[in-house]
Design a protein around this ligand. Structure first.
Ligand SMILES: *Cc1c(COP(=O)(O)O)cnc(C)c1O
Length: 413
């Protein structure tokens, strides 16, 4: 009888089983429960015949079950990549040393001079900068359209030139949710590829490839790693396209370190457990804030008042662990409130075990003038709260205490 634990392509239905066991079969031969950290720069061959077998497989497309040189790959990443592919329902996945490394490599690999990409306006700021500066130098133009404005998106398409439509969902900091079926229809009608950064959703809450999205991108620094202790990035998609990215990665040289891969795989095993907890806790926090008189507005797709609530309900199985809100007060009242909180650390990033809080007017947009920030839609009183895995009751009590001390605007009007 074949050993049931040895089947190379066991596919599980649940995200938690997938994160724990999704890549495990690939580890056979090591005998270790966990994936070993293969700390090596190169890999040896017994003799020339073994080398030639390997090269034949590599050149003529056979089964490759080993590595040659660590810039091309390391067994420490096989199981991690298999788990991510299974979670996303993808043909394959590839990991990178950071999320930015993943997105910049993808663009540099797939785009040619004279092509054009479209991105939405609340995309990650560094990605936008990369497109508007580096890609521009290589003769690639970028159009930026307002998030969820499908008419503007369609109008921005340049027939035969637009190669990529890039968006995020949910976005930062307003948690806007894009209608994937609509996006894919538009892209396909115009022969453009779609790239979706779903760092905020994770495959536990959203599986974009099921909607026909071509590439899914993650900053593994956030929920995948999940412990605020490691950087990483990942791309999932069709196996042939991922292979092209892997070949390019061998030239760019932006490979992940085996220890970094180990930490992300370890984090990934608890992804579904963490994210489901964060979904629930964030919804409670959002509801608490929404009814609070010291809060002007809450941005969370799980609330019926959010502009994308309906599509979020239809598309996502949870609304994620980030809640943005506007304090009823000015920039100082807002930072004063943040400083009074005991649980969240003041830090950029999200998706880890510890709650993190930031005032975008400072953290991401400090270099802009108040007018520029206003034009970018970043209010002085805006706060982004990225929940960790603490208990909702403690977070709410902490927020409640700090809000009590915000001077009430109602009195001064
Ligand atoms: C953090 C982040 C990135 C960049 O990822 P790094 O791992 O920091 O390079 C890209 N997109 C989103 C949505 C992010 O939150």
């Amino acid at each position: 009888m074949p050993n049931p634990k040895d089947q190379p392509d066991r596919h599980y239905r649940g995200a938690s089983t997938q994160s724990v066991h999704g890549g495990a079969a690939r580890d056979k031969g090591f005998h270790a429960m966990t994936t070993p950290i293969v700390q090596t720069a190169t890999f040896t061959f017994k003799n020339t015949a073994e080398l030639i077998d390997f090269l034949d497989a590599k050149v003529y497309g056979g089964e490759l079950d080993r590595e040659e040189y660590a810039r091309y790959g390391n067994p420490s990443t096989w199981s991690l990549e298999a788990r991510i592919a299974q979670l996303e329902g993808a043909g394959d996945a590839l990991v990178y040393p950071s999320g930015m490394s993943a997105v910049t490599s993808l663009f540099l690999t797939v785009l040619r001079p004279g092509t054009h990409i479209i991105m939405t306006d609340d995309c990650y700021r560094r990605t936008r900068q990369f497109c508007l500066t580096t890609l521009k130098k290589f003769g690639i133009e970028t159009s930026i359209v307002p998030m969820c404005d499908y008419e503007a998106l369609e109008a921005a398409i340049i027939p035969r030139k637009t190669r990529f439509i890039f968006t995020e969902t949910p976005t930062n900091p307003y948690l806007r949710v894009v209608d994937l079926a609509r996006l894919v229809d538009l892209a396909r009608a115009n022969r453009a590829l779609t790239l979706l950064d779903t760092t905020f959703a994770t495959p536990v809450n959203l599986r974009p490839l099921d909607y026909g999205i071509d590439f899914v991108l993650h900053s593994a620094t956030k929920y995948f790693g999940g412990h605020n202790d490691v950087l990483g990035g990942a791309i999932a998609g069709d196996a042939g396209r991922i292979k092209a990215l892997k070949d390019a990665r061998g030239m760019f040289g932006n490979v992940i370190d085996p220890h970094q891969a180990f930490l992300i795989e370890r984090g990934l095993k608890t992804l579904a457990v963490r994210v489901r907890h964060q979904n629930e806790a964030a919804l409670q926090v959002a509801r608490f804030l929404e009814q609070h008189n010291k809060i002007d507005r809450v941005h969370y797709p799980g609330l019926p008042a959010h502009p994308d609530h309906e599509i979020a309900c239809a598309q996502m199985s949870g609304f994620g662990g980030v809640v943005s809100f506007e304090v009823a007060g000015d920039i100082h009242a807002t930072s004063d409130f943040i400083d009074r909180l005991r649980i969240p650390y003041i830090a950029p990033s999200l998706g880890g075990t510890e709650s993190l809080i930031e005032q975008p007017a400072y953290v991401s947009y400090y270099d802009l003038s108040p007018q520029e920030r206003q034009a970018a839609g970043i209010g002085d009183n805006l706060v982004r709260f990225a929940l960790g895995i603490e208990d909702a009751e403690d977070i709410i009590a902490d927020l409640d205490d700090a809000l009590r001390q915000v001077p009430s605007c109602v009195d001064t009007i």
